[in-house]
Every structure is written in C-alpha cells, then in structure tokens.
Ligand binder design. Structure first.
Ligand code: SER
Length: 313
C-alpha cells in the first residue's frame, strides 16, 4: 500500500512496485486524483491518512503487508501554515506506526525523512549520518521528530520501519510543489516553455540532489534488504550529486543554447543555506548496497527530453 500515490514519489513508486509484486497486489491511496496509470493499472482508493479509523479498516480488510507512507507537506509550504503542516506530518506518521504495531499482517513500513533534518549548526559538506541536528523549518522539525518516533517503534515494539533522508528529488512525471529543492524541477519546465528561469535560490547555493529513478531504486532496495543487515533505524543519509542553480543552467544550455537564468531569492534561500551541500552516505552503501546511476549531465538529458514531450506532446 502506497499512501501519497498521486504525489511526486508515490506516482512513480506504485508503478515500479506493481512490476515487482503484480498489478493487483499494490494499492495506491491518496486524497488527490492520481495519474491515469496509477488509477487504471491496479487498485486505487481515495483515502485520507489522517482518518485513523478508515486507515486501520482498510489495512485489515485488504491484508496489507507493507506500507509506504509518502504523504507530507514539504518545506516551503509548511512555513506558510506551520501548525497545520506539523499536525499533518506528525499525526499521519503516528497513525501509520500505530497500525503497524497493532496489525500483525503489516510486516514493514517505509517513511521518508529528508536533508531538512539538518540545520545551520550541522557540518554542511559531506554531512555525516550522526551529527548535530538543529533544523530551522517546521518541515525539518517534523522529520527529525518522525525519525525519533521510527527509532522508538523499532526499539520498543519491533516495528520494522525503514527510512531514507532524501536529498532534493528531481523528476518529470508528477511535480512536487512547495519544496526548497524544487527549483531544480521548475528550471526545466521554464527552460522549455520560456527559455529563461528566475531562480528562487541564489547563485552558488549548493544542495544535494537525486534523480527519481535512483531514488525509487534506493527505496525498494532498502525495503527488500535483509533486516539483520540494517544498522540505522532512524533514517539513512543518501547523497546523490551536489549542484547549484548556475551549474544546472550551464548543463541546460548545452541543450537549449539561448537559455538564461536570473536570481530572485525568496524565503527559501535561508532554508537552503541551513541544509547540507553534500551528504556522506557510506552507511547506506555498506548496509544495503546503495548506488546511483545518474549524475547531473545524464539527468539533465533525460529531463529535457521528457519535459519537452510533456509540454509539446
Ligand atoms: N525536497 C524537500 C523540500 O525541499 C526536502 O525534503 O522540501
């Protein structure tokens, strides 16, 4: 069962999981309308993860064995409605952890954390797994608290919950919306639509990024890994590649020579400057063989051609 099946990660994860487990064996759920393939090529249910009664009935009725809980309010949006975002991000996770604790059929849970758990007092280059964590955003605070709860449910109740601190995720199928790293997606749409992009982050703002196929593979690999090999029960650091708005613009210019970038930083600049520039993911590599296939150049080539197809089908 994938909660958030209409979102940026979920809409791609459902399709990959159905390839592995069979189309009828992967439920997508969301409060939003999903893309056509998610809705038509397997079971889909409109559901609000905040409704704990509907959630537990659904999980029992459909004999759910694994839950991927991907629904969340991202960093930029959460700053606009802090209390609502906190309630959504925390209560939904607690509902899932409780269901996993109570329903015996549920064997594993996946819940995404983020580089947003780090803050201005964290070392920003090659950020270690274990380090100072003083997040300055509501989103980051909710992810850090969530990590602690995941670790608590693992230790206290033996709930097998697995998690990744995703860097910025770049993809073309479904737009994320509301994240600080989302300039790295918007830039492609604007480059193709208008030949220019006004970045909400300044020149020189380095952040770690990951292309969606690598993120999906990492997620499934972590969930498939033997439990005894996993040493982290809060959330695994994951690096990807580190890049800046101007480096992305340079790569895009190779495909669209007339492309220009300008800089109009907004409130998300401060958030970006509190996050790592790069992340040390040695433990993920050692514990479950994490590796990536896509760098900035390969990702850019695919994004340009796929976003072009979307805009001019
Ligand atoms: N990409 C997310 C955001 O920017 C961080 O997890 O909000």
């Amino acid at each position: 069962m994938v909660i958030g099946a209409s979102g940026q990660i979920g809409s791609e994860l459902v399709v990959e999981l159905r390839k592995i487990y069979g189309q009828d064996n992967v439920w997508g759920t969301d409060i939003k309308t999903p893309p056509a393939d998610v809705a038509n090529e397997g079971p889909f249910q409109v559901m609000d993860v905040m409704d704990d009664k509907q959630l537990i009935h659904f999980v029992i009725r459909h004999k759910i064995t694994q839950i991927y809980h991907l629904a969340a309010v991202l960093s930029g949006n959460a700053e606009k409605l802090p209390i609502q975002a906190w309630n959504i991000n925390m209560d939904s996770l607690m509902n899932i952890l409780e269901v996993a604790r109570m329903v015996e059929d549920v064997k594993k849970v996946f819940w995404p954390s983020s580089i947003a758990v780090f803050g201005p007092t964290t070392p920003r280059i090659s950020t270690p797994q274990l380090t100072t964590m003083e997040p300055i955003t509501v989103y980051g605070i909710s992810k850090l608290a969530g990590e602690r709860w995941c670790d608590y449910y693992y230790n206290k109740y033996g709930v097998d919950v697995r998690s990744i601190r995703y860097p910025g995720l770049i993809s073309y199928k479904t737009e994320a919306g509301g994240g600080t790293t989302d300039y790295a997606v918007e830039i492609f749409y604007e480059a193709i639509r208008n030949g220019s992009y006004a970045s909400f982050l300044k020149e020189g703002t380095a952040l770690p990024m990951l292309f969606m196929p690598d993120a999906i593979k990492a997620t499934i690999d972590l969930m498939e890994a033997e439990r005894s090999r996993l040493t982290i029960h809060s959330s695994y650091n994951l690096g990807g590649f580190s890049t800046t708005p101007e480096e992305m613009a340079e790569k895009i210019k190779k495909h669209i020579p007339e492309f220009t970038i300008s800089y109009q930083p907004d409130f998300r600049q401060e958030i970006a400057e509190s996050w790592p520039k790069s992340v040390d993911d040695t433990i993920a590599r050692m514990d479950w063989g994490y590796e990536t296939q896509y760098d900035l150049e390969k990702m850019t080539r695919i994004m340009i051609s796929e976003v072009r197809k979307k805009i001019n089908p």
